[in-house]
Ligand binder design. Structure first.
Ligand SMILES: Nc1ncnc2c1ncn2[C@@H]1O[C@H](COP(=O)(O)OP(=O)(O)OP(=O)(O)O)[C@@H](O)[C@H]1O
Length: 898
């Protein structure tokens, strides 16, 4: 282009250097380039002014002459008369709208183009210094399709955004934005083509031990496998068979429910893992894209600012040029009127000045063109910034959608975990029910074989008797002929004999009835004596064989050979010794067989529960090795027939409270649940409000709990959460209790040990605080029911805790506190003056119940396996020591307000 190559020549002797001219043309956004160009132009103007001043005096005359004589050379004349300068000035305009720019006419680069090239260089060589802006091959249009930048494309498969040379800009076109938005939510096809499912890692531990490798379906089939095949029921067996059938139908109903829950869980698990992965990847991609866009916008804004600066500079230059043109016009006018006789010099001067004017105008035009380009650049930049803003908006929308997806996912996750918990509860219930059924069947088989043997013996006896009688008859017949006279006498003897037998049978029946009544009386008296002596009562409960005991559950004995034999009196048992050659006998207040159900066990403790309503401090605790059934006894397995003492006790209290209402008694009941873990008290209901509702996450502050004594010297836990149980409405009250137990179960420290897949690693104490008042008599009673599930008393080597530092610490803390409990019982049994209650948190907490003020009952839970007989023996010896403790008569906590 001619204007590009034009030299700023102020006269023949003053050509500007090539580099100066080029630097004047350079359109650059770099600050140094722009200021150099500005300096060059100023220097050029100065040079021109100086040159003009030096030549003005010599050329003034000739220039004036030329203006009056005309010129033969048209090209030497000024291209426009001075009066036409005004018109030419009008063409110096700055159009705001841009037409398509002719690329051929512009060999420079647009600001955005240069910015992109710089960015591309950076991306290609991130560590290299930023290259100088190229001055060639400038494109003034923003053709996004030709752009060789890197862009992020979203694909339906989740991963890091694909980086590839871009041929289209999906991020800026509306259609592409819609595409991006569409990709954030999964189409059904995409859902079906999800990546292969990773097996969902269950947070809840399996109920069966690691050695038990049966699949979930096999486990669900278990009741069928473990059921004992019964012989066709005789009339005597039919009742038991009906029980078994009822149990089986219950189990099959449970199985169906479990299958349903398993299916639901699988579905939820299927959708959870890939959704989570997608969510995370999309979040990462979005954050990266947003950062990239933000930095790009910042760069664009910088470029825009530089373009604005450059534009202002050019405007100033333009103004300076306009000034110069005006000055020249003035000078031309002056020369016209004051030129005198029109000397040749003056004419030459005018000609030069006209040429200069033309050149300046051309330059001005060039500058205007540059301005136009810059404006176009600016408009394009603004358009691009606008597009980026739109893109960011769409990304933000996508982000919102992702957030919604995430919330849905979280909801489904919590649903899933609820289903898992429900499944676990049902599975535990099923395992317990099956075990009990097997034990019942074993009992039944034993009774059946005993009855059979009995029957056979009787048959044998009757046969002997029959043959004896037949012999006697034959003897009598042979005598008939000889002793006919004695016939009548003989008949008389038989009748007398028969009458005697009948009288003896009646006597036996009477004696049996008397014996039964005496036995009942003995039991009642025994209980009364024990109450008066204040003994801690000790009940022993043996659990049935379980699938993970490693013995065939389908055998007729209900699982294998038990190390414990329970004697028919229901109070005595024998246990095999460590070496297997000796048997140890024990006698306690009650011994429950493996087939004894939860209802039977509760029947025996219900009077203790009643005592709590009467104003006593009652404590029931379960002691035994891990996996022996302590939690099963206290809390139970599931919510059906396998419910333990805690729910049954609350149920009984609620029913009793309702009955006592007619006698003007009103009760309030508060529940608390704590655990003693590594000698530290922890509130298990920290998540609950006092009305039973669940606290929001940020409000769950765990108070520091400490055991204190009140004014009456009774111990209480300071800082513990007390949850109200509705006594008026039994259904609501039971629901609240269920929520309390579920919340506590979630919070409890449970870890898997070798012996029990759901082993409690802490002592847990459920406390019911009862307050009853009678309007009529003005009596107020304060009772408390403490139901304590002690941690397993296993040896370190058997539990596998020695290999794990945390487990080791837990086991040591458990064993220490249990040994403190033993020390307390020994001191009580020996009648020592000092009882070391303060040696452990457990004994300090239960001091009121163990020191004679309250009533205490200890369950000793035993496992029937041969491997456990050593631990069972230890537990039984401990229980024997406890049984010898005399606490004295318990006292009621009663106040009289009238
Ligand atoms: N009498 C019983 N009838 C049927 N199942 C039982 C019985 N006792 C225990 N179980 C079952 O045995 C398993 C272990 O019982 P549980 O969890 O109560 O043991 P634990 O003594 O509390 O163990 P840990 O001290 O490790 O917590 C459970 O699955 C439970 O259902």
């Amino acid at each position: 282009m001619s204007t590009r190559r034009a030299r700023l020549s102020l006269g023949p002797g003053t050509p500007l250097s090539d580099s100066t001219a080029r630097s004047n043309r350079r359109t650059s956004f770099g600050g140094s380039d722009a200021s150099d160009a500005k300096k060059d132009r100023r220097a050029m103007l100065e040079e021109w002014r100086r040159a003009r001043a030096s030549t003005a005096s010599t050329t003034a005359t000739s220039a004036t002459a030329a203006s009056f004589n005309g010129s033969s050379n048209e090209s030497d004349r000024p291209s426009t008369a001075p009066s036409s300068y005004d018109d030419s000035e009008k063409t110096v305009s700055f159009p705001l709208t841009t037409s398509k720019f002719d690329e051929k006419e512009n060999d420079g680069l647009s600001a955005l183009e240069r910015f992109r090239m710089r960015r591309q260089q950076r991306q290609e060589a991130p560590d290299a210094p930023i290259a100088a802006t190229p001055t060639r091959a400038r494109s003034n249009s923003f053709n996004f399709n030709d752009e060789e930048t890197t862009t992020i494309s979203y694909s339906s498969t989740i991963g890091t955004p694909n980086r590839r040379p871009k041929t289209a800009r999906p991020s800026l076109s509306g259609g592409a934005q819609r595409k991006v938005r569409r990709r954030t939510s999964l189409t059904p096809d995409e859902k079906n083509n999800l990546p292969p499912m990773q097996p969902l890692e269950r947070r809840a531990r399996p109920l069966l031990p690691p050695s038990y490798t049966a699949s979930s379906e096999e486990r669900l089939e278990q009741p069928h496998q473990t059921n004992v095949e019964l012989a066709p029921p005789s009339s005597q067996e039919s009742v038991d068979s009906i029980d078994s059938l009822a149990m089986r139908s219950r189990i099959s109903a449970m199985q169906k429910r479990i299958e349903c829950l398993e299916r639901e869980k699988m579905e939820l698990s299927m959708s959870k893992a890939p959704l989570e992965a997608r969510m995370r990847q999309r979040e990462d991609a979005f954050i990266k894209e947003r950062e990239r866009l933000v930095s790009e916008i910042e760069s664009l804004q910088n470029a825009g600012r530089q373009a604005d600066e450059r534009y202002r500079e050019l405007e100033m230059e333009n103004e300076a040029l306009n000034e110069a043109v005006k000055k020249m016009k003035m000078e031309a006018r002056e020369a016209k009127f004051t030129g005198g006789e029109g000397s040749k010099d003056a004419w030459d001067e005018r000609l030069r000045s006209n040429k200069e004017n033309a050149r300046l105008r051309a330059e001005l035009k060039d500058v205007v063109e540059q301005n136009k380009t810059l404006r176009m650049d600016k408009v394009s930049l603004e358009a691009e910034v606008h597009a980026y803003k739109k893109h960011i908006e769409s990304l933000e929308k996508n982000y919102d959608e992702l957030e919604r997806d995430y919330e849905e996912l979280a909801a489904s996750k919590s649903k899933n975990s609820e289903a898992e918990i429900q499944l676990e509860v049902l599975t535990a219930e099923m395992v317990a029910t099956t075990a009990q059924l097997n034990a019942t069947n074993a009992d039944f088989e034993e009774t059946k074989s005993r009855a059979k043997a009995d029957l056979q013996a009787k048959e044998e006896k009757w046969k002997n008797r029959e043959s004896e009688l037949l012999f006697q008859i034959s003897v009598l017949k042979s005598r008939v002929g000889k002793e006919q006279t004695n016939v009548l006498e003989g008949e008389e003897d038989t009748a007398i004999l028969k009458a005697k037998i009948e009288a003896r049978d009646r006597r036996i029946a009477e004696l049996e009835e008397q014996l039964l009544n005496l036995e009942q009386l003995r039991r009642t008296l025994h209980n009364r004596i024990q109450e008066l002596r204040g003994n801690i009562r000790v009940y022993v409960r043996t659990r049935p064989f379980l699938p993970n005991d490693g013995v065939s559950a389908s055998s007729s004995t209900g699982g294998g050979h038990s190390s414990i034999e329970i004697l028919p009196d229901g109070e005595s048992l024998t246990i095999q010794g460590r070496r297997g050659d000796e048997a140890h006998a024990f006698k306690f207040d009650k011994v429950f067989a493996p087939s004894a159900g939860q209802d039977v066990v509760f029947e025996e403790v219900s009077e203790f529960v009643q005592s709590a309503l009467d104003g006593y401090h009652v404590c029931l605790f379960s002691y035994g090795q891990t996996g022996s059934g302590k939690t099963h006894t206290m809390q139970g397995s599931g919510n059906g027939a396998m419910r333990g003492i805690i729910p049954r006790a609350v149920e009984q209290i609620l029913s009793q409270a309702a009955l006592m209402k007619s006698q003007r008694w009103t009760f309030t009941m508060k529940a608390s649940f704590l655990e003693i873990y590594n000698e530290e008290l922890r509130d298990l209901l920290v998540m609950m409000n006092s009305d039973g509702s669940i606290k929001p996450r940020d409000a769950r502050t765990a108070n520091k709990l400490s055991i204190k004594r009140n004014a009456e010297g009774k111990s209480y836990v300071d800082g513990i959460n007390l949850v109200d149980i509705d006594v008026e409405n039994k259904t609501v009250g039971l629901e609240q209790l269920e929520a309390v137990i579920a919340t506590a179960a979630r919070a409890r420290s449970v870890a898997t040990t070798k012996m029990n897949s759901q082993s409690s690693r802490s002592h847990s104490v459920f406390m019911l605080h009862l307050c009853g008042s009678n309007e009529e008599s003005g009596t107020i009673v304060h009772g408390a029911l403490n139901l304590c599930d002690l941690a397993g008393s296993e040896r370190l080597d058997r539990s596998g805790a020695s290999s794990d530092a945390q487990r080791l610490k837990e086991t040591q803390a458990i064993n220490k506190s249990l040994s403190c409990l033993g020390d307390v019982f020994t001191s009580l049994a020996n009648g020592s003056k000092h009882i070391p209650f303060r040696n452990s948190k457990l004994t300090y907490l239960l001091q009121d119940c163990l020191s004679g003020d309250g009533k205490a009952l200890m369950f000793v839970n035993l496992s029937p396996t041969l491997e456990s007989c050593s631990e069972s023996l230890c537990s039984l010896r401990f229980a024997q020591r406890v049984n010898q403790v005399e606490l004295g008569k318990a006292t009621k906590n009663v106040q009289y307000s009238k």
